[in-house]
Design a protein around this ligand. Structure first.
Ligand SMILES: NC(=O)C1=CN([C@@H]2O[C@H](COP(=O)(O)OP(=O)(O)OC[C@H]3O[C@@H](n4cnc5c(N)ncnc54)[C@H](OP(=O)(O)O)[C@@H]3O)[C@@H](O)[C@H]2O)C=CC1
Ligand SMILES: O=C(O)C(=O)[C@@H](O)[C@H](O)C(=O)CO
Length: 279
């Protein structure tokens, strides 16, 4: 079986590579080389954010790889301190400038709650609709939105988010939010797909990995892929970057998928901040 990265079609007709490379917690000093190496391995989708402080270096990495802009799918996210419409417009243009590009493939509201109390994600979303309309964002979406946040957008705005990027991994299946997305044409992107390593020592995962002759990370990433979610594991370790890319030449059967899904710990499995309170 060839290791070909599938694409997922979004509700606006655009497509996104189902596997990407995340750059949260990669220092600016290390980002250019990490992105260059990821693209050399074959990744064609990079997930960054204004808050990661490494957008300029992501852009440098793309150029260092010698790839044309349109060969790489680039996502960034609006900082929580820039929800006010004028701030959001300035912050979005700053992202384009830092990346040295005139468009993003995907731009997200990073978290529903603004740092400042006078912002509101509904008015912020209407500004993202402008970026979509003028073509500077090919697709727009949200991140860390819970069902009530998505319901408010549906009631008060025009464009349905193309994606919702949420924490999801075997210890936090986050299936209620995923199900709302599936029903309403919103693709789920699973962040911290290996729970920053926390799921890799789980006996069920190590047992499956041993049976299949794969690594625990490959098994978990493959589980996400077969659930239909988009993932972008982060690593600065070249062998792991290559390992995480090699997940399209095997498959998990239904019983194995179910064994992993049963590891869900609900809210106890959450590793990051809660979207209802973080901002
Ligand atoms: N929208 C949001 O709010 C959020 C979005 N994200 C996005 O999701 C991406 C991925 O999530 P992230 O939190 O980085 O965590 P991940 O679940 O991708 O885990 C990254 C950690 O796992 C280690 N690791 C990676 N591959 C392997 C492997 N094959 N074997 C063993 N250990 C491995 C890495 O170590 P090392 O680097 O040392 O190899 C690192 O410590 C982020 O980079 C970001 O793009 C993440 C958090 C929140
Ligand atoms: O990585 C992200 O995209 C995040 O939002 C995280 O930084 C998250 O905000 C966090 O871990 C804060 O402690």
């Amino acid at each position: 079986m060839a290791n070909t990265i599938p694409t997922v079609t979004l509700n606006d007709g655009n497509t996104i590579p189902q596997l990407g490379f995340g750059v949260f917690q990669i220092s600016p000093a290390d980002t250019t080389e990490a992105v260059r190496r990821a693209l050399d391995i074959g990744y064609r989708h990079i997930d960054t954010a204004q808050g990661y402080g490494n957008e300029a270096e992501v852009g440098q990495g793309v150029r260092a790889a010698g790839l044309a802009r349109e060969e790489v799918y680039l996502t960034s996210k609006l900082n929580n301190n820039a929800h006010r419409p004028a701030d959001a417009r300035a912050a979005f243009q700053a992202s384009l400038d830092a990346l040295r590009t005139d468009y993003l493939d995907l731009f997200l509201i990073h978290w529903p709650l603004p740092t400042r109390h006078d912002g509101d994600f509904v008015s912020t979303w209407k500004v993202l609709e402008e970026f979509k309309a003028d073509g500077r964002a090919r697709s727009i979406g949200v991140s860390n939105f819970q069902v009530p946040h998505l319901e408010r957008l549906a009631a008060e705005t025009e464009v349905v988010p193309a994606v919702n990027q949420i924490e999801a991994h075997p210890y936090l299946s986050n299936d209620e939010v995923r199900a709302y997305g599936a029903k309403n044409g919103i693709v789920t992107e699973a962040w911290s797909p290996i729970a920053q390593g926390a799921v890799l020592d789980d006996p069920t995962i190590t047992d499956i990995a041993a049976q299949l002759g794969r690594t625990p990370a490959q098994v978990v990433l493959r589980w996400h892929i077969q659930r239909g979610d988009v993932v972008f594991p982060k690593s600065v370790t070249p062998t792991r970057m290559a390992e995480n890319f090699q997940i399209f030449d095997f498959a998990l059967d239904e019983a194995t998928m179910e064994r992993i899904t049963r590891l869900d710990r609900g809210e106890d499995g959450r590793t990051g901040p809660h979207p209802d309170t973080f901002g």
